[in-house]
Design a protein around this ligand. Structure first.
Ligand SMILES: Nc1ncnc2c1ncn2[C@@H]1O[C@H](COP(=O)(O)OP(=O)(O)OP(=O)(O)O)[C@@H](O)[C@H]1O
Ligand SMILES: [Mg+2]
Length: 265
């Protein structure tokens, strides 16, 4: 597969976090802009670790919502320290406003987007996404009237409409049935190829689904006799020949990798 890794988009250096005990220890990783001929290829990265390891804490640090005890998170082509609000976040407890319809939630997301679209153009874009991701008939409903999978997709689209290129997702597959997981995966893959700089960071304990859509995965685990979780392994799925293939879950090499990783987290 022909590709190159260009500009640095995200750099995490020496991130540690402690409460009464150490949660995260010396987390380091870099995400580069992947460029492929003839494809608007964005980045899909996953951070995989078991329950309680510190994923949501790392999510909050990457989003700029909490400060680490030490270390830095830099984002963007100019590599500035991350600021809360500039990163799209899809939290497990979705952040849609319950007193607004899905359509109005999506319109609100576009309020601050620095573009010159008028109301008609904004609605056209909302309708386009809604059509594409099976939400068209639900636009007039309130979030409480949606299923978990529909709310999850509305919440992801909402983040895309804000115009943020960098979107963090905490456990995007949990609580969804197999069909909805496939829909969410399609949506994420769709977003990752909408724009070259779109970068999705999926934080999850779901090894199989996370690896299936990622180009790179970082394993978050505890090393023997050491406190705090750190990155114990980096998987370059492009080099392994396992990236950018929608049917990868059926692949034998992929399945073997999934079971190996399940034993390591
Ligand atoms: N405000 C806090 N004060 C003290 N400890 C905390 C605080 N918030 C989280 N923790 C602890 O940090 C650890 C990691 O929590 P975190 O929510 O990041 O786990 P997680 O990997 O996201 O788990 P899950 O997969 O279940 O969501 C847990 O042991 C938790 O008890
Ligand atoms: Mg969590």
């Amino acid at each position: 597969m022909k590709y190159s890794k260009n500009e640095l988009l995200i750099e995490v250096q020496g991130v540690s976090l402690s409460y009464d005990k150490q949660i995260l220890r010396d987390i380091n990783f870099r995400i580069h802009n992947i460029v492929r001929p003839d494809v608007n290829q964005g980045q899909v990265i996953s951070l995989i670790g078991r329950s309680g390891i510190g994923k949501t804490q790392l999510f909050k640090i990457l989003a700029g919502l909490i400060q680490p005890g030490s270390g830095t998170v830099k984002v963007g082509l100019d590599q500035h320290p991350v600021v809360a609000g500039e990163v799209g976040i899809v939290a497990q407890n979705y952040i849609l406003f319950n007193h607004r319809t899905v359509h109005d939630n999506l319109r609100l997301a576009m309020k601050h987007s620095s573009n010159t679209q008028n109301d008609k153009e904004k609605d056209a874009l909302i309708n386009e996404y809604a059509e594409k991701f099976d939400l068209a008939e639900h636009l007039k409903k309130y979030p409480m009237q949606l299923s978990g999978g529909q709310r999850q997709r509305a919440s992801i689209i909402q983040q895309v409409l804000t115009g943020n290129r960098f979107i963090l997702l905490d456990e995007p597959f949990s609580g969804l049935d197999a069909l909805m997981i496939d829909r969410v995966m399609e949506l994420l893959l769709g977003i990752s190829t909408l724009h070259e700089l779109n970068t999705l960071v999926i934080i999850s304990h779901d090894v199989e689904n996370s690896l299936a859509i990622s180009d790179t995965a970082f394993i978050l685990a505890r090393e023997k006799d050491k406190e705090g979780a750190t990155i114990t392994e980096t998987l370059d799925l492009i080099e392994l020949g396992l990236a950018w293939n929608p049917n990868i879950r059926e692949n034998q090499v992929f399945q073997t990798l999934v079971s190996q990783i399940k034993h390591k987290i």
